[in-house]
Design a protein around this ligand. Structure first.
Ligand code: IVH
Length: 666
């Protein structure tokens, strides 16, 4: 009678294990969350009725009791070493030369993989069962965190393959993915608890929690990068060892590259470029000799192996001091506090300003002028102040107060319900908004007026010559001469380029108007959809929602914009001063129909710029994207193409060069 129950428990456990593997190791789930939950619920119910059948490696048995005497010490049977570092290509070649030299001139094959920024963990399996997990500690001995590690869903409690050595120690890094970190901090903040400063600290703090019930609520991940004690070797190379671990159900560090030193250098540049798009934080790339026998013969120095090195990335965070906190008024009136910093080298550049986003952020961080702070710059994003070094605040520094009036035009400040941003209500009365508005109007992707930059706009506004965009078209070269020491010839050139810019396209015109949330792409879609300005201005809410890309928020911004008397006046004024465009041709595209396709352009093109190529492709109906994914249709790669090309190749996406593109378009 109970045998079918035992059988069902076994089947359910195996199914759940397989789904865990598909999800965490293969990154390819085959069922949805609710189906998974249903399997789990059924297993829990059966186990509740038949407690004798509950096995310690059952998927339901991840959360155990709190260790009563804190964490016990564990001696590592194979020490957990650290890595030597290199910081640039020259140090990398020196490392390669040293190793090659020691191998008597034999040129080894190398592996490269991301250096995950978390904390090292050793997991011991005996007869395929997880029996112990320990932190690195001083490398010789660490803490027994088995109960906590059992709660990490991606770590199997039992290894999967058919034949598994008696002892397998897996070494890897416990991390928190960026999205999980953000969500966790948001939850902690909501609950009025202390948040973590970065994913690494959060992972470390979570793993060292004494109560496994709490650890189970922390979304920790694990990726293996090596082995400790093994009763028999798994494979002859690092690459094959990783594959063997993966086959046993262990999540391994993705993105392993194998090749010669030149390939590894390329991999470093690619990884650096991809860094910000990765789901977790990495602080470099680890390079290892692939053959394990060569690793062994190379041996160790002090606490690091000779066969490996970490090629570190430039730090994305650095400490500096805030000199002052200013506010900036943007094109739409948004008031953004900006920290003026003592210049600091971070993320590869010198930074002297950082955004503080809004005044909620200032009070959340409790940041004050004079504070020492950590500044972060990742990729191309604007540098940010991430936290105050509170211990270093010695003086009583003044708090920042939120302004009640616009610091530029003194108009009252507004704050929409539910929004963190405060705005100047002055509209184009506000000199700052006017300047930003005009800067946008003349910018390259708007009316593209060459020779009219921020400096000249500032002067023209100060002289009272410029209130609204249409005033630009009424300027004479006499008015310009003398401004900022402008000579007659250059004044005439500026006037000429202003006049030339009257000939434009509807998409550019719409973008130039600076409607909130209507960027270049949306402007283009709107122009294509409505064909004429009149049709767009007459469109009601539902008609706007029919446009791809336009949701309720953008639709209401558009309606709001055209409903304003003042904006209608600006538009009329521009038309009266001769701004015009030919309406886009509705049909008859010259070339193949690319609707529904996504194209990516990378590297340098010779007969045209990437922007021009993108324009042509969009004209044929394609979407042009900046990143390669499984949804990409074609990648056009010119000389100098890097990781996007590699990714396209690995995903089996069609790649063409510029010549191929030109022929395709014929
Ligand atoms: S190999 C004997 N590979 O970096 C060499 N380490 O700075 C063992 N780390 O303690 C390390 N990602 O915690 C290796 N792909 C990776 C890694 C990695 C992160 C950590 C590891 C180690 C530290 C050394």
């Amino acid at each position: 009678m109970t045998e079918p129950v035992r059988q069902r428990i076994k089947v359910l456990s195996e199914q759940i294990r397989q789904h865990d593997y598909n999800y965490h190791v293969l990154d390819a789930p085959t069922i949805g969350d609710s189906q998974y939950d249903a399997l789990m619920a059924e297993l829990l119910a059966l186990e509740a009725d038949y407690p004798d059948y509950v096995r310690s490696d059952s998927p339901t048995q991840r959360v155990g009791a709190k260790p009563d005497q804190g964490f016990q010490e564990v001696t590592h049977r194979v020490p957990m070493l650290s890595l030597d570092n290199v910081f640039d290509a020259e140090e990398f070649s020196q490392f390669v030369a040293r190793v090659t030299d020691r191998l008597d001139g034999l040129t080894p094959e190398w592996t490269a993989e991301p250096k995950l920024d978390g904390l090292a963990l050793s997991i011991r399996y005996e007869q395929g069962n997880l029996v112990q997990a320990a932190t690195r500690g001083d490398g010789q001995s660490g803490e027994d965190v088995t109960a906590n590690v059992r709660t990490i869903r991606s770590i199997p409690l039992r290894l999967m393959a058919d034949s598994i050595p008696e002892i397998v120690e897996v070494r890897g890094e416990v991390i928190l993915k960026k999205a999980d970190f953000d969500a966790m901090n948001a939850r902690l903040l909501d609950a009025g608890e202390k948040t973590f400063v970065n994913p690494r600290n959060a992972a470390a703090g979570s793993l060292r929690q004494l109560d496994p019930t709490l650890v189970a609520q922390r979304p920790l991940s694990f990726y293996a990068y090596g082995t400790g004690e093994l009763s028999q070797p798994l494979a002859p190379t690092h690459q094959a060892t990783m594959a063997a671990l993966k086959a046993m159900g262990i999540p391994v560090n993705p993105g392993l590259v194998v090749g010669d030193a030149v390939r590894i250098e390329q991999a470093y540049r690619d990884l650096l470029e991809e860094r910000d798009q990765l789901p977790y934080e990495i602080d470099g790339m680890v390079i290892k000799v692939n053959r394990l026998d060569l690793q062994t013969s190379l041996g160790f120095v002090a606490r690091a192996p000779r066969y490996a090195s970490a090629w570190k990335f430039p730090a994305q965070e650095a400490a500096t001091r805030i000199i002052a906190i200013d506010v900036q008024v943007g094109r739409t009136g948004a008031i953004t506090p900006v920290a003026r910093l003592e210049p600091v080298f971070v993320g590869g550049v010198t930074v002297s300003n950082a955004t503080l986003h809004n005044f909620d952020e200032i009070s959340y961080l409790d940041v004050r002028p004079g504070d020492r702070v950590m500044v972060r710059r990742a990729g191309d994003v604007i540098p940010q102040v991430v936290r105050v070094l509170a211990d270093e605040r010695t003086l009583n520094l003044p708090q920042v107060v939120m302004p009640l009036a616009c610091p530029v035009c003194a108009s009252p400040i507004e704050r929409a319900p539910g929004e963190a941003v405060i705005r100047c209500s002055g509209g184009l009365v506000c000199g700052a908004q006017r300047l930003e508005h005009l800067k946008h109007f003349v910018s390259r992707k708007a009316l593209d007026i060459e020779g009219v930059g921020e400096k000249l706009l500032e002067l023209l506004i100060a002289e009272g010559l410029l209130h609204s965009p249409a005033d630009l078209f009424r300027l004479s070269s006499e008015q310009l001469v003398g401004l900022d020491r402008m000579a007659e010839k250059s004044a005439a050139n500026v006037i000429e380029s202003i006049q030339a810019a009257r000939e434009t396209t509807l998409a550019r015109f719409l973008f130039a108007l600076g409607i909130r949330d209507v960027g270049e792409a949306t402007a283009r879609t709107l122009a294509q959809h409505f064909q004429t300005l009149d049709a767009l201005m007459a469109a009601d809410f539902d008609a706007l929602l029919e446009v791809g890309d336009v949701g309720p928020i953008v639709a209401s911004h558009i309606q709001h914009f055209f409903a304003s008397e003042e904006n209608r006046h600006v538009i009329q004024d521009l038309m009266d001063s001769g701004v015009r465009w030919t309406e886009p041709e509705p049909t008859e595209r010259k070339g193949p129909d690319l609707s529904g396709q996504t194209w990516v352009l990378t590297g340098t093109l010779e007969t045209m710029t990437r922007d021009e190529a993108a324009e042509v492709l969009r004209g044929l109906g394609a979407k042009v994207s900046g990143s390669v994914s499984a949804k990409t249709t074609v990648v056009v790669a010119g000389p100098g193409a890097g990781s996007k090309l590699t990714k396209a190749e690995s995903l089996g996406i069609q790649v063409m060069d510029e010549q191929g593109l030109l022929e395709f378009l014929k």
